[in-house]
Ligand binder design. Structure first.
Ligand SMILES: Nc1ncnc2c1ncn2[C@@H]1O[C@H](COP(=O)(O)OP(=O)(O)O)[C@@H](O)[C@H]1O
Ligand SMILES: [Mg+2]
Length: 219
């Protein structure tokens, strides 16, 4: 379903190359929820950005089913991401000048999908009463619920999440974990989530720990 073959990525600083990921091989099955666990700076966001096609690896290939995204042009990767991937960020990344409803209509418009889906999904995340609010009047938890709605609204097969509870207090994190459990898991989506919080581990089918540029499977 998602397959990483010998993926390496580093960043150069002057003449020094810092290896972040080295020879990573991974297979993620359809419907699996995989957690990438690792301390800050270990390369979790780097890997998610490669999966999202935002960045390219230095070496290796990444397949989503039969699509090798590392062989696509930047424009093709953008189109693939827009259609097939939903991305949930730590800091929500809602557009501050757009209302909740408008933030959700943007991915619908980009995918030529009907706007009525915005109301449906806001009902699912329990935010129909905030439809005309701007992000800055919402709590962190509410903003993340909108961001989850936005990540799911175009019905992508793959959900990527980068520390989605990293900026929330314990109780709010729990609500967000429950929401992800309810929506993502029960819709059978494939999800890869980076975290350094043990609280979200219960969601996972598999936890992969990132250590010294490799993944170690935890059982
Ligand atoms: N664009 C970049 N340029 C240079 N170094 C980077 C860049 N992005 C990430 N890094 C470095 O790569 C390492 C891994 O970063 P990151 O993937 O953000 O880790 P994590 O998400 O696990 O905290 C860090 O040392 C970081 O400083
Ligand atoms: Mg990160």
């Amino acid at each position: 379903m998602i397959k990483l073959e010998n993926v390496s990525k580093g960043y150069s600083e002057g003449k020094v190359l810092h290896t972040i990921l080295s020879g990573v091989n991974l297979n993620i099955n359809k419907g699996e929820i995989v957690i990438l666990y690792g301390k800050s700076g270990s390369g979790k966001s780097t890997l998610l950005n490669l999966l999202a096609g935002i960045d390219l690896p230095d070496e290796g290939s990444i397949f989503f089913e039969d699509v090798n995204i590392t062989a696509l042009s930047e424009k093709e990767r953008t189109l693939f991401r827009r259609k097939r991937i939903g991305f949930i960020f730590q800091f929500f990344n809602l557009i501050p000048t757009l209302t909740v409803s408008e933030n959700l209509k943007l991915p619908l418009e980009l995918n030529s999908m009907p706007f009525k889906k915005a109301d449906e999904i806001l009902g699912e995340v329990g935010l129909l009463d905030r439809i005309n609010a701007y992000p800055d009047v919402l709590s962190g938890g509410e903003q993340q619920r909108v961001a989850i709605a936005r990540a799911l609204i175009h019905n992508p097969d793959f959900i990527l999440a980068d520390e989605p509870t990293g900026n929330l207090d314990f109780d709010t994190s729990k609500q967000i974990i429950d929401l992800i459990d309810r929506i993502v898991k029960q819709q059978g989506k494939t999800m890869i989530m980076a975290t350094h919080s043990k609280d979200v581990m219960g969601l996972a089918d598999r936890v992969l720990t990132l250590k010294d540029d490799k993944f170690i499977e935890m059982n």
